[in-house]
Ligand binder design. Structure first.
Ligand code: HEC
Ligand code: HEC
Ligand code: HEC
Ligand code: HEC
Ligand code: HEC
Ligand code: HEC
Length: 453
């Protein structure tokens, strides 16, 4: 007698609710299980931590022994090889073999603080060379940077040394972030004035293999040599420093760099591998979350030069603060309506306004446009194109050129020197004097604009 159809309405509803709950709970379990498997898989594909030691080799001042230690088993190791091509461009690739051509394998460590860990050792790493290795499996990798003869102060810390104390003090700190110095600038310069790192950011110099000192790619900050620089010297004052073409005020080293490499990708402010440059996650005017891509770039270091191979992300990095300058092919979601530029050769008909002004296009592929070889750095995004970026024309820290000044009647915003004095001229972090940068590309200018007769 008791069939579903004769049950009172409330009981039927009750069974229906129960069924829904059961289905819901099963679905929840399934979702949970899948999420768990995913987390497990992704957590296992890269090591949780790679600890790196750099040891001196007795009787050999030119080399060090670098060892990467991982607690877990079964990770592959690869190293980055960067070569310079005859036309001035670069090529980079990952390889499974060491410098002698032998396959690289992880071996089990016995004895010492890392007993039972898996390790890979570079037995003769050249001092002042940059080494980039990566560890992982199933197509996922974690990059590690080693800088013999120094240990990297910013990543791959060892469990049994006290590297944190270089910057932090547990009980006697001077800031709420438990830092040893009151100002970030002082903290960073305590090593990057040339005393605790191969990078001297004041003079814009770096030591290369063999011991020579050459110009570094970011340029100098120090007012003894620099004629213009990102003004990081007003950290403790109320000086209003406004980023031209943007809204950012004030500046310190940690607005652009992280102090450590964060491996937790859910954090709102993250460091990319290259130079610990930050890539922010922020809300756009439209209310969506924008995940700023990291800067991808590598160093090419020889006994007489130190250069950067730019791959991607530089325009996005600079225009985090100078948003209106990023006028080109990449959408910039920080701006409600972003103008894109189409090259004339691709049917475009000229430059559009970005913000208050018309600006030179930046994020564009100029490979097909150029009839002359360019010596300025361009991004090689791996797609065959060569893209123009802010770094094609500018340095990141400062410049030492002595002429080619621009004067205050042409400034977009007011400018101040390191000591707070108003500035009436600036060389604008440019790579070359005067209009030298323009001539690099516009030598055949009459054949490339739409206005020629
Ligand atoms: C080269 C200097 C330096 C070293 C070495 C260093 N830190 Fe930091 N740390 C900083 C700076 C600078 C900040 C503040 C970052 C900011 O304001 O953006 C910071 C912030 C932090 C924070 C706050 C969270 C955050 O990311 O802002 C923690 C936690 C921390 N550090 C832990 C450590 C530990 C643990 C070690 C050693 C394994 C260490 N740090 C080594 C410079 C350093
Ligand atoms: C205890 C000394 C020390 C302090 C303090 C320090 N650094 Fe470094 N930094 C180093 C060393 C060592 C390296 C590795 C290169 C080398 O061999 O000199 C390095 C490398 C770097 C690099 C290049 C990293 C890469 O992967 O290419 C950046 C960028 C940098 N530091 C920024 C900073 C900033 C920003 C601060 C302040 C928050 C800071 N450093 C404070 C010692 C220091
Ligand atoms: C974290 C924010 C921030 C980022 C990222 C940033 N800038 Fe700036 N920039 C500023 C601020 C603030 C000023 C104004 C203060 C000053 O003159 O230093 C400025 C000033 C400048 C100036 C004018 C300097 C002068 O002497 O008149 C140039 C050129 C410049 N930036 C280029 C760049 C380039 C190229 C990049 C990318 C490599 C970049 N900026 C990334 C904040 C930033
Ligand atoms: C406006 C953003 C910005 C600020 C502010 C800034 N940096 Fe950098 N820094 C960069 C970029 C971009 C690079 C990579 C340059 C390249 O290779 O093209 C870099 C490179 C470096 C390097 C690698 C060596 C070199 O010269 O290329 C070091 C070390 C460094 N920065 C430390 C610092 C310190 C210390 C401060 C504060 C005094 C600081 N930076 C402030 C953007 C910035
Ligand atoms: C084609 C070369 C070139 C490219 C590419 C370029 N700049 Fe410039 N930039 C210049 C020159 C030249 C000046 C000097 C002022 C002028 O001529 O208008 C300048 C000036 C500036 C200034 C100072 C403006 C002022 O009046 O205070 C900032 C900020 C700046 N550039 C940021 C950027 C950013 C960010 C990018 C990348 C999105 C970029 N530039 C790309 C050549 C370039
Ligand atoms: C890396 C190469 C490169 C450099 C350096 C460069 N330009 Fe350009 N320039 C271009 C490209 C590409 C275009 C866009 C042409 C197009 O739309 O087809 C362009 C467009 C222009 C235009 C507009 C031409 C038109 O008919 O619409 C002017 C004006 C100009 N550049 C001036 C300059 C000045 C001034 C400098 C130096 C500050 C400079 N350029 C540096 C590549 C460059």
């Amino acid at each position: 007698m008791a069939t579903g159809s004769t049950l009172p309405g409330n009981k039927r509803r009750c069974i229906l609710v129960k069924k829904t709950v059961v289905v819901f709970v099963i679905l929840l379990f399934l979702a949970g299980f899948i999420a768990f498997v995913c987390i497990l898989a992704s957590a296992q594909d890269v090591p949780r931590r790679v600890e790196t030691t750099v040891e001196a080799i007795t009787g050999d001042n030119d080399h060090s022994r670098v060892t990467f230690f991982i607690r877990e088993d079964n990770f592959n190791v690869q190293r980055l090889v960067v070569t310079k091509l005859p036309d001035g461009g670069f090529q980079y690739s990952w390889t499974n073999t060491d410098e002698a051509g032998n396959p690289m394998v992880m071996v089990r460590q016995t004895g010492g603080p890392y007993d039972g860990y898996w390790r890979y050792t570079i037995t003769q790493a050249r001092n002042y060379q940059n080494y980039i290795y990566r560890f992982g499996r199933n197509g996922s990798w974690m990059e590690v940077r080693a800088f013999p003869p120094n240990e990297n102060a910013h990543a791959n810390y060892q469990k049994n040394t006290d590297t944190c104390k270089n910057c932090h003090s547990t009980h006697y700190a001077l800031t709420s972030r438990l830092l040893n110095q009151k100002l970030v600038l002082e903290l960073c310069l305590s090593c990057h004035d040339g005393s605790g790192s191969k990078y001297n950011v004041l003079d814009g110099e770096v030591i290369v293999p063999g011991g020579a000192v050459v110009s570094s790619p970011a340029g100098p900050f120090g007012s003894a040599v620099a004629t213009s620089y990102h003004n990081v010297f007003r950290e403790d004052t109320g000086t209003v420093l406004l980023a031209p073409g943007g809204t950012k005020t004030g500046l310190s080293c940690t607005d652009c760099h992280s102090a450590h490499v964060l491996q937790d990708q859910t954090k709102p402010v993250r460091a990319s591998g290259f130079r610990l440059l930050k890539h922010y996650l922020y809300e756009t005017p439209a209310g969506a979350m924008y995940d700023q891509p990291p800067v991808v770039a590598y160093s090419h270091v020889t006994g007489s030069s130190y250069e950067t191979v730019y791959v991607s992300g530089m325009n996005e990095f600079c225009s985090h603060c100078h948003e209106h300058y990023n006028y080109g092919a990449n959408p910039n979601p920080r701006l409600p309506s972003y103008p894109t530029h189409t090259l004339r050769t691709e049917g475009g008909d000229g430059i559009l306004k970005s913000g208050q002004y018309y600006r030179h296009p930046t994020g564009i592929n100029i490979a097909g446009w150029l009839k002359v070889p360019v010596r300025l750095p361009l991004e090689e995004r791996g797609t065959g194109g060569r893209y123009m970026t802010c770094k094609t024309c500018h340095y990141a820290h400062g410049t030492a050129i002595i002429s080619g000044y621009h004067y205050s009647d042409r400034f977009e915003v007011d400018k101040y020197a390191a000591d707070g004095r108003p500035l009436d001229r600036s060389t604008m972090l440019k790579r070359t004097e005067g209009m030298g940068i323009c001539l690099e590309c516009h030598l055949d200018i009459w054949h490339n604009t739409g206005y020629r007769q």
